[in-house]
Design a binder for this molecule. Structure first.
Ligand SMILES: Cc1ncc(COP(=O)(O)O)c(C=O)c1O
Length: 371
């Protein structure tokens, strides 16, 4: 009855966390991308001021919420032409990702496409709907029975950014198949390398991608990472008004409503760029410290030009690397958690305190000096 999904994969990491905890300095857990810095004061104040919320909130989102998202898309992402009819709140992004195939009415004859190295919720959504899951990055190879195609830029786990040229190809192919192209973009404010250090990471709704036509496209965004709001479940999606209206209708029926205090917190968070930029500087430093040590240890780091992870390989089976790191008291995630195509990679998260990142870097360096 409950066999559509296996046990939550993180359970398999428990023995390695236990091994890492035996390190004299304790475990440094770099496995989960859960923010650790405080929720910005401006956002905390907004939720406190909204504590009196006796009535049901709007499933479609308050007008203030939707207008704040429209304004943010234009100001931070260069996406023009949206109105409040294009926006809906979600309860974090993960629930929307996991339930979208059900909302779309997909079944066994339909395929959901995900990246080859993929955040786990895309496949969960396909499994809950009983749809097929296909892992394919190349738009030319997306199957004709695809009804929902997930792209993820910057990517989790690989930190890869998809440029305008790729996104245009993806849009054209998805439209030719008649599939909804959904783009998961929650790391978009966290570009590090190459042109992404300075250029805006393009949204699927960017006019350079869409030429002004957003039909068949859905952008999924979360404030969990950029504003340390994972605990609030604060997120939204944007797409064509008829699609948004249809999904909101199903969410209304099923009670998937973002609490009004959280909607108000999102308005405050989107209106304040300073905390996002300050948080980015913290991550920039942590990333630099960890990246140098990971490379010194001998890892080859792939992509990772944006986002909160280092996607790295020693050229061996990922579980051997997980064990190797656990012996140093560091917990990392095996590439096998993200599909069948990354058997030799592991993921390091940079969402740890400065002290823990420094400690992980020291342990990696000490291991090198003992070789
Ligand atoms: C690629 C990607 N999408 C979506 C999410 C979900 O974020 P949330 O449910 O906290 O909004 C995450 C979280 O790690 C993620 O990495």
């Amino acid at each position: 009855m409950f066999d559509r999904l296996p046990e939550y994969p993180w359970q398999q990491l428990k023995p390695y966390s236990a091994l890492a905890a035996k390190h004299p300095g304790g475990a440094v857990d770099l496995s989960i991308g859960s923010p650790i810095d405080p929720t910005p004061a401006v956002v905390q104040q907004a939720i406190i001021s909204s504590a009196n919320a006796p009535g049901y909130p709007s499933t479609a989102g308050s007008l203030a919420f939707r207008n704040a998202v429209v304004e943010w898309f234009e100001r931070r992402r260069g996406v023009t032409g949206l109105t409040e009819a294009n926006i809906m709140p979600t309860i974090g992004s993960k629930e929307l990702i996991s339930f979208l195939p059900l909302f779309l009415g997909l079944g066994p004859l339909d395929a959901v496409v995900q990246p080859k190295a993929a955040y786990t919720a895309y496949a969960v959504g396909a499994a809950l709907a009983g749809a097929q899951i296909v892992s394919e990055d190349d738009p030319e190879l997306w199957p004709a029975n695809a009804k929902l195609i997930w792209i993820n830029s910057p990517g989790n786990p690989d930190g890869k950014v998809l440029d305008v040229e790729f996104l245009r190809k993806a849009v054209a192919k998805a439209r030719s198949i008649g599939a909804l192209l959904a783009s998961d973009e929650c790391y978009a404010e966290l570009g590090w390398d190459g042109k992404w250090a300075t250029e805006v990471i393009p949204s699927i709704l960017d006019p350079r991608v869409t030429d002004g036509d957003i039909s068949g496209l859905l952008c999924v965004y979360s404030l969990s990472k950029q504003s340390n709001l994972a605990g609030y479940r604060a997120a939204f999606a944007a797409g064509p008004a008829d699609l948004v209206k249809a999904i909101v209708n199903l969410r209304m029926h099923s009670g998937m409503i973002t609490p009004l205090p959280v909607q108000n917190a999102v308005v405050a968070a989107l209106g304040d760029e300073a905390h996002v930029l300050a948080e980015k500087e913290l991550y920039r430093d942590r990333r630099a410290v960890l990246l140098a040590a990971v490379r010194e240890y001998g890892f080859e780091v792939s992509s990772s030009e944006a986002g909160l992870y280092l996607w790295a390989t020693l050229g061996e089976d990922c579980w051997v690397t997980v064990q190797r790191m656990a012996e140093l008291g560091i917990v990392v995630v095996p590439g096998s958690f993200y599909g069948d195509f990354s058997p030799n990679h592991v993921r390091f998260s940079i969402t740890a305190t400065d002290a823990n990142i420094a400690e992980a870097a020291k342990r990696l360096r000490d291991a090198v000096s003992l070789r």
